[in-house]
Design a protein. Structure first.
Lengths: 466, 469
């Protein structure tokens, strides 16, 4: 065993410790202990993952998980994002210890999704990631039950569609291994396979909130507590994209023309639906839910390009959006606890707390794709990747959409800078930390995106095996 | 080789950081010092331009997968426009003085705007052009939004909507260019060299998209309706940079566009007609304004029309005449807005009908206003004279006698403004009671602008000699 492989096992040991920590959490009386434990473990996972990413090694663990640059990028990213969500949830109304019990399991599922290299591993980790989220919403109180039940039903449907799709693939590849199927090109030229492709896309579309399958999203995001909305849109949605990448770009590589068309249609519909619906929203949280749907549409532009370049752009945009949306939901959470929900109630935010107004403005401008923030770079990469794959129309529709979106983002910004005298607003330190990290990321990698782009590039080429 | 532009960016960035960190204390000193330093670098680059002591092209890797680098070129045109933007921003910054409680946020926005102006005028590829274009727009939006006068809500909203529309058109056009150039490229000189390979129909659509985007910013006749509101509701420093520098973003873009795509040679006559219509429309609109700032806005639109006319001539004199006009107009319109701001400060109103006899106590502001009218009419010894001379020789050689029509518009609006101002502001029959005394920084700002107008009017060869090399 090569020395570097010990780090792979160390990663799993850390995950196992996380299970242990989350199982024992309900027995602690004080929440500080489980918080410190969880934070240390997640930070160590992020460090190990980034070390493995930097080493550029590639090997299998237990035959169903693969350590390579693609999986390590997302393992590291998700553990950082989980850390941010955990910080946000520390002061949530629910008991942190019982929250942490679910959270640990969800974290393991989330981190395992990019590492899964077989259908079984993928299915199990997706399941593990989505089921605890239902309870994490429900434990906040009676009024959150509705939202959690909606999530339960939708996750159930998504998982059953995925299982059905895997069953259709099974005759072609009894091992269910993603790598072997793609390596030997075993699946080709059958309508059953096409049906499986469509079912995979459909099942994961529910989790990724793509157009015809996204009607649950605004209700659940609005109904859930804001820290959970941050987790659902910043992390849970992104793992669906990661799974989609793993399946579509490796197993169905021979069908690139088919899925490119499919993704193009989905992308256009999703962008228009998200943006047009967001324009009429009055509640800021609901507005962000629709905006996050439209962002899913942008991410799909890279899928439609069906090239390494497009994959790279999608990975970049996934990283960008997860930081933007978690930062934005952190602010929403704070304001929601004070009863500030609609756009009108945001009036005069700049005089109540200048930093908060500036931060939300920058995050929203980045979502709208205004340079020199990270959101602009991501969209620019996506649209040029579409152009490089000869999809000029898709690129132009994307640009049109990102300018439509400025309408509702700027509505919030303009309102915040209108004068209205009210008492000053104090931000808790935890929220300040989360907002500042998100801001730093989008500003630094917006002004100088090259490091992040080359990271995305390495992950993309690792996935495609180039 | 000294990389002047990178050093300038770093200087300004440090000044912005200092403003944010230290707040109101020393904000004015730090910001003015930063601008002066950059001005010194640029004047050094003027003297070293011929001898080659400076880097004419500065490049750093940026996004290698897109083929985009941080690539800036120092051309005579960019030197002229950067000089102008520095002096105008300096005047705007000096004008607002030391007293306001938000000096540091205003100064950081002005510095950010100046950063975007330098970047835009020197950018060698369309990607950077677009980025700096949007940064400039956002900075000005926040200047109007946070420091503007009573109806800044509507004004900033209009400004934002028009600007976003312009950005969208620009981004569309840039993407089309990227798609249709042989090896997808954003580099302006590469595109210019290979533009004949783009199909004519596509060239025309790119041209129309970019023309509309730049016409909104300049502004040119059918796309100007954001202008009166934004100019009149912005704070004085904001109006100064808005009319003085931001409108040059559009004009400079127009210049780049006309010399980038060969299709311009067939479309230039139509665009010239639009320019003439715009000049006369703005001239007549200026005549019925009572608000001094709106009047100044329409005069500035007249001169934007002249700049566009010079560009459409597509010859040597037209090109450099319009660049010199951008420089001259930057100074005169800055002076005009600064003078109006000071008059408003002194009497609390901008209404031409109320301001009878303003000269009785606010002498400096009133005389500066008169001087700015002369400057914009193109009086000899002002920078505008040189520019208009070059432009009209250029348009006359391109369009024959039709090339001189815009001159009528200029004289018309100049004569009207002179008469109107001399009857109300300069009237000696009435006396007006002042409510505020014009402070030293305000006078200094006017002095800066006047000095610039005269300096570049008396010594036009300092900058125009760069072109000959």
């Amino acid at each position: 065993m090569a020395p570097i492989e010990y780090f792979g096992y160390a990663l799993f040991a850390l995950l196992a410790l996380l299970v242990l920590a989350s199982v024992s959490a309900p027995f602690y009386r004080r929440k500080k202990a489980s918080f410190v434990l969880g934070a240390t473990l997640l930070a160590s996972i992020a460090l190990t993952a980034s070390y493995l990413f930097a080493s550029g090694s590639s090997f299998y663990l237990f035959n169903i998980f693969k350590i390579y640059q693609f999986s390590m990028l997302f393992a590291g990213l998700f553990s950082i994002l989980l850390l941010l969500v955990m910080v946000l949830s520390y002061d949530a109304p629910s008991s942190f210890n019982s929250f942490f019990m679910m959270f640990g399991f969800a974290a393991i599922g989330i981190i395992l999704v990019p590492m899964a290299s077989s259908m079984v591993g993928l299915l199990l980790s997706l399941e593990l990631a989505s089921i605890p989220a239902i309870f994490m919403i429900a434990i906040n109180g009676k009024r959150f039950i509705e939202s959690s039940v909606k999530l339960l039903i939708m996750s159930g449907i998504a998982i059953s569609i995925l299982v059905f799709a895997m069953a259709l693939i099974f005759p072609y590849d009894a091992q269910l291994s993603l790598v072997q199927v793609s390596a030997f090109g075993l699946i080709k030229g059958s309508y059953l396979v096409l049906l499986a492709l469509v079912l995979f896309i459909g099942g994961l579309s529910i989790e990724a909130a793509l157009f015809p399958f996204n009607l649950w999203v605004p209700d659940v995001y609005q109904g859930a507590p804001a820290n959970m909305s941050a987790m659902l849109s910043g992390i849970n949605k992104k793992i669906a994209f990661v799974a989609l990448m793993e399946i579509v770009f490796t197993v169905f590589a021979a069908y690139s023309a088919t899925y490119a068309t499919l993704f193009m249609v989905l992308s256009i519909l999703t962008m228009f639906f998200g943006n047009l619906a967001a324009m009429v929203q009055k509640n800021v949280k609901r507005l962000l839910a629709y905006s996050s749907i439209s962002q899913a549409g942008y991410i799909l532009v890279g899928f439609a390009a069906a090239s390494q370049y497009g994959l790279e752009a999608s990975i970049f945009q996934i990283i960008t959006h997860s930081f933007m949306i978690i930062g934005a939901f952190a602010i929403i959470m704070l304001l929601e606890n004070l009863g500030i929900r609609t756009i009108d109630e945001y009036r005069g935010m700049s005089s109540r707390n200048g930093y908060l107004a500036l931060a939300l403005s920058l995050l929203l401008l980045s979502m709208a794709g205004v340079p020199p923030l990270m959101g602009f770079t991501g969209k620019f990469l996506l649209f040029t990747s579409a152009i490089k794959s000869n999809l000029l129309a898709l690129a132009l529709i994307g640009i049109l959409n990102s300018f439509i979106s400025i309408y509702y983002y700027s509505k919030v910004i303009i309102v915040m800078y209108q004068p209205k005298r009210e008492e000053r607003l104090v931000i808790p330190k935890a929220v300040i930390a989360v907002i500042s990290i998100a801001l730093l990321v989008i500003v630094i990698f917006g002004v100088y995106p090259q490091p992040m782009i080359s990271i995305a590039e390495r992950a993309a080429s690792a996935l495609l095996g180039v | 080789m000294i990389q002047i532009l990178f050093i300038s960016f770093i200087t300004i960035a440090i000044a912005i950081a200092a403003n944010i960190v230290f707040g109101r204390r020393h904000s004015q000193h730090v910001s003015i010092a930063a601008l002066l330093l950059v001005l010194i670098y640029i004047s050094y680059s003027i003297s070293a331009f011929a001898s080659g002591g400076i880097a004419l092209s500065e490049s750093l890797p940026y996004i290698s997968s897109l083929g985009v680098s941080l690539h800036f070129t120092l051309t005579p045109i960019s030197i002229m426009l950067i000089t102008m933007s520095l002096i105008v921003t300096l005047a705007a910054m000096v004008w607002q003085g030391f007293r306001s409680s938000n000096t540091h946020s205003m100064n950081s926005l002005l510095l950010l705007f100046e950063l975007s102006a330098i970047g835009l005028f020197a950018s060698a590829n369309l990607f950077l052009f677009y980025i700096f274009w949007d940064v400039g727009v956002i900075a000005v939006f926040f200047i109007i939004r946070s420091f503007g006068s009573a109806s800044r809500d509507v004004a900033s909203k209009n400004f934002l909507i028009y600007s976003i529309f312009a950005s969208a058109l620009l981004l569309f056009a840039i993407m089309l260019i990227y798609f249709y150039t042989p090896v997808g490229s954003f580099n302006i000189s590469y595109i210019t060299a290979h533009s004949s390979e783009i199909p004519t129909a596509i060239q025309e659509s790119i041209f129309m998209l970019m023309f509309m985007a730049f016409a909104i910013k300049m502004p040119i006749f059918p796309f100007h309706s954001w202008m009166p509101n934004a100019y009149s509701n912005a704070p004085t420093s904001g109006s100064v940079v808005l009319a003085g520098v931001l409108s040059k973003f559009g004009a400079y873009g127009m210049l780049v566009l006309f010399y980038m795509l060969p299709v311009a040679e067939t479309l230039n006559e139509y665009i010239y007609a639009i320019a003439v219509i715009s000049i006369f429309y703005a001239a007549f609109a200026a005549m019925k304004q009572n608000d001094l700032k709106k009047m100044a806005g329409y005069t500035s639109m007249v001169e934007s029309g002249i700049i566009l006319a010079g560009i459409t001539a597509l010859n040597y004199l037209g090109k450099y005449g319009s660049v010199y006009m951008m420089l001259a107009h930057g100074f005169t319109i800055a002076l005009m807005f600064i003078a109006i701001g000071s008059i408003e400060f002194a009497y609390g109103t901008r209404s031409l009908s109320i301001l009878r006899g303003a000269v009785s106590s606010a002498k400096s502001a009133s005389y500066s206003f008169m001087f700015s009218i002369f400057g914009s009419t193109g009086m000899p010894l002002t920078a505008g004279f040189v520019a208009e001379l070059m432009i009209f020789i250029g348009t006359a050689s391109a369009f024959g006698l039709y090339g001189i029509i815009p001159l009528i518009g200029v004289i018309l609006v100049g004569a009207y403004m002179y008469l109107a101002a001399s009857r109300s502001i300069m009237s000696t029959k009435e006396k007006l009671q002042e409510v505020g005394i014009i402070s030293k920084p305000q006078k200094a700002a006017m002095a800066i602008a006047i000095a610039a107008i005269l300096f570049f009017g008396i010594f036009p060869f300092i900058l125009l000699n760069l072109v000959r090399i």
